[in-house]
Design a binder for this molecule. Structure first.
Ligand SMILES: Cc1cc2nc3c(=O)[nH]c(=O)nc-3n(C[C@H](O)[C@H](O)[C@H](O)COP(=O)(O)OP(=O)(O)OC[C@H]3O[C@@H](n4cnc5c(N)ncnc54)[C@H](O)[C@@H]3O)c2cc1C
Length: 368
């Protein structure tokens, strides 16, 4: 195999995680030649179909720490160019107030009458139940423009290679050789694989397992209600107990809901093509939304769908084979956009180690 290109770091996969790693590497090592390879183009996978909301929340302290760090990085680096702040209104049962406050890293306050008015405007026909309480989070939620995000690496001096599907990673003379489907070969001392829910490349000459055990793939979807016309400042509306997030926008309302479809077994869903949003997706989304907003549910006409990876251990984000300097980065579990910049820091920190240490030898290296 003839080596056709070299780099100090190669990132495979141009989703939000790969982009975040490439940008972090350029920021911290301005002298490095960083390459970002994608089988299609940056933003072509789950990221391009995402609602891309960054929530300052987490169900445990490790995830909250990552979420808070991610918000900080989104705001203070070149990623700033692709985010805009959003306010949020959160509806929970009265008794869940302490838990909401514990799980949110930003200030949570009781909603006032004008907030409730905004809630009714953002979610027409919404049904509040006896015992529900409405809270406002004025600061900390962000929304990422994923099209702008996909442009950032090239602007930052990263070499971006489109239509480059990596099929295998091999160790050669203490470096990694990445073989592409078109027979190109990249050589590099450091690799971060951020291939999301797609079929991972074949890794030879490396001790596994490198994908966290019992990782499953889940269908993640959002509904679209184009009849609703929102304003840019409309708040997000969240019903955490119902797994519903309403995201008003100028092109309509988008709704994230808990999709019932899981796929166990091998990580890959067996294809290199994006899934279509089907009539079953629409029915599942409508049923979920009808619990809180039946009129909006009736008006939903379509949506977006993709797969995402869910490791059994929610902290098993950065993992890799025993040989150091190659890392598989999983930020999925339906919240890759929320955590990406913080996970990128963690992934690069381990990929920078010249040789494996004890932590590297475990199948999954928790980052916190
Ligand atoms: C409808 C929907 C709504 C969502 N809403 C939110 C939300 O509000 N907030 C949030 O935090 N998360 C949300 N998510 C989840 C979030 O979008 C994902 O967790 C995140 O985008 C995963 O990013 P990734 O970089 O891991 O994967 P991807 O975006 O899929 O990127 C992987 C990339 O790798 C490339 N690739 C794969 N294999 C190869 C190969 N062998 N060689 C080269 N390139 C390869 C692919 O082309 C792809 O571009 C949502 C997801 C969906 C589908």
């Amino acid at each position: 195999m003839v080596v056709t290109a070299t780099a100090d770091l190669v990132v495979v996969g141009g989703g939000v995680l790969g982009v975040a790693v490439a940008l972090h590497a350029r920021r911290t090592h301005p002298d490095w030649r960083v390459a970002l390879l994608d089988q299609t183009a940056p933003g072509a996978g789950a990221t391009g179909r995402s609602l891309a909301v960054v929530a300052p929340t987490g169900e445990n302290s490790a995830i909250r720490g990552l979420a808070a760090r991610a918000v900080e990085i989104y705001r203070s680096t070149e990623l700033h160019d692709c985010v805009r702040p959003r306010s949020a209104l959160v509806v929970v049962p009265e008794h869940a107030e302490p838990m909401l406050k514990e799980q949110t890293t930003s200030t949570v306050r009781r909603a006032d009458a004008s907030d409730v008015q905004r809630l009714r405007a953002s979610a027409p026909g919404v049904q509040l139940r006896p015992g529900d309480a409405v809270f406002a989070v004025d600061d900390g939620f962000l929304q990422v423009d994923t099209a702008t995000l996909a442009e950032l690496p090239a602007d930052a001096g990263v070499t971006v290679a489109h239509d480059t599907r990596i099929t295998a990673c091999r160790e050669a003379d203490g470096q990694w050789e990445l073989l592409a489907a078109d027979n190109a070969c990249w050589r590099t001392p450091r690799v971060v694989l951020a291939v999301g829910p797609w079929e991972p490349p074949d890794i030879t000459a490396a001790e596994g397992p490198w994908v966290p055990p019992r990782t499953r793939v889940k269908r993640v979807a959002s509904l679209h209600v184009p009849a609703y016309k929102g304003e840019p400042d409309d708040p997000l509306v969240a019903f955490p107990a119902d797994n519903l997030l309403l995201v008003p926008g100028e092109d309509g309302l988008r709704v994230s809901f808990l999709h019932p479809h899981w796929r166990s077994g091998p990580l890959a869903h067996g294809a290199h093509e994006a899934p279509d949003f089907t009539a079953d997706d629409l029915a599942a989304g409508r049923a979920a939304l009808a619990v809180r907003a039946p009129t909006l549910a009736e008006q939903a006409v379509g949506g977006q769908v993709f797969w995402d990876t869910y490791p059994e251990d929610p902290l098993a984000f950065v993992s890799g084979p025993a040989a150091g300097s190659l890392r598989w980065l999983n930020g999925g579990a339906g919240r890759g956009v929320r955590l990406a910049p913080a996970l990128a820091e963690a992934a690069l920190a381990v990929a920078e180690r010249p040789r494996p240490d004890a932590a590297d030898l475990s199948p999954a290296t928790p980052v916190a």
